[in-house]
Design a protein around this ligand. Sequence first.
Ligand SMILES: *[C@@H]1O[C@H](CO)[C@@H](O)[C@H](O)[C@H]1NC(C)=O
Ligand SMILES: *[C@@H]1O[C@H](CO)[C@@H](O)[C@H](O)[C@H]1NC(C)=O
Ligand SMILES: *[C@@H]1O[C@H](CO)[C@@H](O)[C@H](O)[C@H]1NC(C)=O
Ligand SMILES: *[C@@H]1O[C@H](CO)[C@@H](O)[C@H](O)[C@H]1NC(C)=O
Ligand SMILES: *[C@@H]1O[C@H](CO)[C@@H](O)[C@H](O)[C@H]1NC(C)=O
Length: 255
Amino acid sequence: MDTLHFSCIQIAIALLLFTQAKSTTEGSTSALHPNDAIPSCVAGEKSALLAFRAGLSDPANLLSSWKGDDCCRWKGVYCSNRTGHVVRLDLQGNGQALAGNISSSLLGLHHLRYLDLSHNRFDKVHIPEFIGSINNLRYLDLSGSLFVGSIPPQLGNLSNLRYLNLGYISDNTYSTDITWLSRLTSLEHLDMSGLNLSTLVHWLPSVNMLPTLKVLRVTNCLLKNSPDSLLLSNLTSLETLDLSENHLMARFQMG
Ligand SMILES: *[C@@H]1O[C@H](CO)[C@@H](O)[C@H](O)[C@H]1NC(C)=O
Ligand SMILES: *[C@@H]1O[C@H](CO)[C@@H](O)[C@H](O)[C@H]1NC(C)=O
Ligand SMILES: *[C@@H]1O[C@H](CO)[C@@H](O)[C@H](O)[C@H]1NC(C)=O
Ligand SMILES: *[C@@H]1O[C@H](CO)[C@@H](O)[C@H](O)[C@H]1NC(C)=O
Ligand SMILES: *[C@@H]1O[C@H](CO)[C@@H](O)[C@H](O)[C@H]1NC(C)=O
């Protein structure tokens, strides 16, 4: 047995080839919100936002500004200053949190590129499959949102996605098949920390199809099998890899 058994030992690998922290450039640069140059809202998109709000419960009144004609002035809503379309929804909960149901009326926001629903309390519902049909999404953050159940493979349809954060959604979030990841060929940042991936045996091949990946975090995922080889042949852009807090059988082979 040349296999070192590192069960219950934290194994942390940080490959920091470039030290500068990743900035927030994943966001849409066209989403400006200067008070003097706010574009006005597209009527159909306003209806979509109101239908979305109708499914939510909002005990802390986070969305109290969601009234009046110009949805581009509503809190967390950002419109393109060029086209007036809603391009970004920034609805991070931060303790005061939204709950309820996510309405598929979000599909009416045809130009949405950025969706942040992190740190809310969607604690009795699954991640809606239709999120995989918001075709233009570049940025999706569902971390800490307390969704339950399995990660819908429909997310693999988001071929424009650069940033995907599924970190620590809840204790009851899992995935038994991550092959859909291999279709996210523009992905640069992937965080699956805290997801229950305990049934996965060969998890690296799906990830190894993502040549633009810079950050990969799979901390605390109940992974039992280390990658067969950490040569990571396709991951030529990788800057950060975090595999800590798993129960890996270590057979590391660093290239
Ligand atoms: C609109 O946004 C673009 C970037 O997308 C920026 O260069 C331009 O200055 C903005 N125009 C106004 C009027 O703010
Ligand atoms: C969410 O949907 C469920 C079932 O369809 C319903 O019972 C519940 O009242 C909804 N929640 C809100 C906030 O609308
Ligand atoms: C999205 O992905 C699912 C499963 O991965 C697939 O069955 C479905 O046809 C896809 N939908 C579209 C619109 O591409
Ligand atoms: C992880 O998920 C598997 C099924 O996918 C389940 O059997 C197991 O109990 C889960 N473990 C934890 C700690 O939730
Ligand atoms: C590397 O990625 C390409 C597609 O990007 C894929 O066809 C190939 O199978 C991958 N190689 C490995 C070793 O995973």
